[in-house]
Design a protein around this ligand. Structure first.
Ligand code: ZN
Length: 289
């Protein structure tokens, strides 16, 4: 069964469900900013509390710190909510309890659009979160499942966040979005995840000696661009240039340096071409025919 009634951008509800506090913003931050500007209600979710991503802090200290970082990112992005759940990093499992949790979470927000990890992503937590969303996709509309949480009047379309993996298949660029105009604000939001970009991830990549000091915000943004944005959003602008040209036209597509890419899951609502226009109101009008 499928149902989707057209709403104005002000009534659109969008949920980005990642594994860790920074996943929704790294992969979907440009998208979130576009939806916020269009007037939609955007909720970011991290299913894990981030308590393993550091080389010297204790897990308990780190979890508190990362909750604070997510809230600072939320303020910069202007999203309605940035929910950080309580699962420990590296420990979220796909089981009945977490399947119920995911169903309640999605039903409770009643989104038109859900974005989450592909189930072939590299981190066990990413795969688990993607799988939980897939496992909930059909169950969202099953009345006898999680009876205490009412079924919303909208069944969401579900999209996958980007990755670069090719097995079993490279992601399909159903939605492409040039995000050059959003990059500065997004980078400011990403700088809020200080324990990650300037400590743990820098340590993990052997880049600690390159980290600019805290007071040099512009240098910190450039550090994130060089080591995280060019390899992701820059890479996606290159590899999906043809798709960008279909959406933006050849001339504009060639000027896009940073792009976000989303693949429609076959399990959620399947929006028609006429519905994509109001579901993604910031994309060039008429592009979906
Ligand atoms: Zn992650």
């Amino acid at each position: 069964m499928g149902y989707m009634r057209k709403v104005s951008a002000n009534d659109l509800r969008v949920m980005i469900i990642g594994a860790h506090p920074d996943d929704p913003d790294i992969t979907g931050g440009g998208l979130a900013l576009n939806f916020v500007r269009a007037g939609a209600t955007v909720k970011l979710v991290a299913m894990c509390n981030g308590d393993k991503g550091h080389m010297s802090m204790t897990s308990a200290e780190l979890a508190v710190r990362r909750r604070g970082e997510a809230q600072r990112s939320k303020a910069v992005l202007g999203v309605a909510d940035y929910l950080v759940m309580d699962h420990h990093d590296c420990e979220i499992e796909v089981n009945l309890e977490t399947r119920r949790e995911m169903t309640r979470l999605i039903r409770g927000f009643a989104p038109h659009l859900v974005f989450t990890h592909r189930t072939c992503d590299y981190h066990a937590d990413h795969r688990a979160v993607g799988t939980l969303v897939m496992d909930s996709a059909y169950l969202l509309g099953v009345p006898l499942w999680c009876q205490e949480t009412p079924i919303p009047s909208v069944k969401p379309a579900i999209y996958f966040l980007r990755d670069a993996f090719t097995k079993p298949s490279e992601m399909r660029p159903d939605i492409v979005l040039g995000v050059d105009a959003e990059m500065d604000q997004l980078l400011e939001a990403l700088c809020a995840h200080e324990s990650q970009f300037f400590e743990w991830l820098a340590f993990d990549k052997g880049l600690l000696s390159e980290v600019p000091p805290r007071e040099q915000l512009e240098a910190r943004k450039a550090f994130i661009v060089k080591h995280w944005m060019i390899p992701r959003k820059g890479h996606d602008a290159q590899r999906f240039r043809e798709r960008l040209a279909e959406v933006y036209g050849q001339g504009q597509a060639e000027r896009i340096n940073f792009a976000e890419v989303y693949e429609l899951s076959e399990y959620g609502y399947q929006p028609g071409r006429d519905e994509l226009g109001w579901l993604f109101p910031f994309l060039p009008q008429g592009v979906f025919g």
